[in-house]
Design a protein around this ligand. Sequence first.
Ligand code: PFF
Length: 455
Amino acid sequence: MQQHERANFGSKLGAILAAAGSAVGLGNIWRFPFEAGNHGGAAFILIYLGCVFIFGLPIMIAEFVIGRRSKASTGKAYSVLAPGTSWKWVGYFGVLTGFLILGYYSVVAGWTLEYVFQAAIGGFSGKTPGDFVGMFNDFSKDPLRPLLWLFIFIALTHFVIVKGVKSGIEKSAKIMMPLLFVLIVLLAVCSVMLPGAWKGIEFLLKPDFSKVTSHVFLGAMGQAFFSLSLGMGCLSTYASYFSKDIRLGHTAMSVGLIDTCVSVLAGLVIFPAAFSVGIQPDAGPSLIFITLPNVFQQAFGDIPFLSYICAVAFYVLLALAALTSTISLHEVATAFLHEKFRFSRGKAARLISCSCLLIGIVASLSLGDWSEYRIASLTIFDALDFLTAKIMLPLGGMLAAIFVGWFLKRKIVRDEVTNNGLIKAPYYSAFMFILKYVAPIGISFIFINELGWLG
Ligand code: PFF
């Protein structure tokens, strides 16, 4: 164990914001609103909250226990806590998952920079809805431009990572997270004040239980995993930098709350504005990169300055959210190389940045020139998303739950959640019951369902 010279987050708030920075990302602003809107609005939100409480928070605490106790990144934590066993493969599996996610996630993160740029130079003004479709298609299929932004985004992530834990990750989270929160609240206020906005609020918040099927339950659970950054040891790596006095249960609650608030606020930015200008919200990339520029253009058309500011603010917000998440993904692999092979942080970070750039290039080109290369009929980009988010994350989360629920000594778990008996953890019995039974069985269901989709 490399107990000495190990970095720590400097404060409890810094630790919470860094973990929340990992959780809040493209998953909240891009994926959640659409899932909620199309799967029964408030009904989906209620089920999602259930998933966050029942599966998400206990698994997050389990990952915190693994990280803080081992004082090692996820790639090494299992070897420290269960030496000489095959559990170490769970750690390596987490590193691989994070590395693959970082590759394709950075592609979309790079797109956010193109849109910050376009918004800033006034590139949206005077465009018709058709122009926005053309603009996005031309850009995402262009062989070079997305690669340039991918490179810039990975370079930004790299820069924060080499600065280290306290002055890189923690400091950036302390600046970016409050800024992100202020921006999203302001945008939500602007959006809900637009004429006819209530239709969008209704679309998002009116419970419609007729749309709830078993698929909705499973979708909500998958969304909870991706959004809370669970299942690949990302938060367990951050927890290895937690000091002894951090309350694991309290930190998990705070991260879960911040993440969920941002998701709901993102819905309140997107849907009221879209309905107000009579645009039917669409899925995935087109919602964020085609519908929204159009919405900003039309909704505040009478006040061009407001439309300009809202567009710039929104894409800056998206880029910041993506950056705090790519930092956390990068850290998992960097810390692993640093600890396992004793590379300096700089060298480890360079290796990860370069290889992730290669994956990103392949993923990006697979949406354009290389779209004919397919894996089980999916482009390489979609295949990476499917494999990591739908299979590897639930599997990693289930294994972490089984590890803490069944294998780790009871005393270790209790000591961690109670800070060696200094604080109370009234949730302990329920937490253990979930880790032992509820999570493994529940996650097996998502898993079987997703594999069913493959066939
Ligand atoms: N939670 C991030 C999001 O919602 O965009 C994505 C993510 C980050 C997933 C880190 C997994 C992870 F380890």
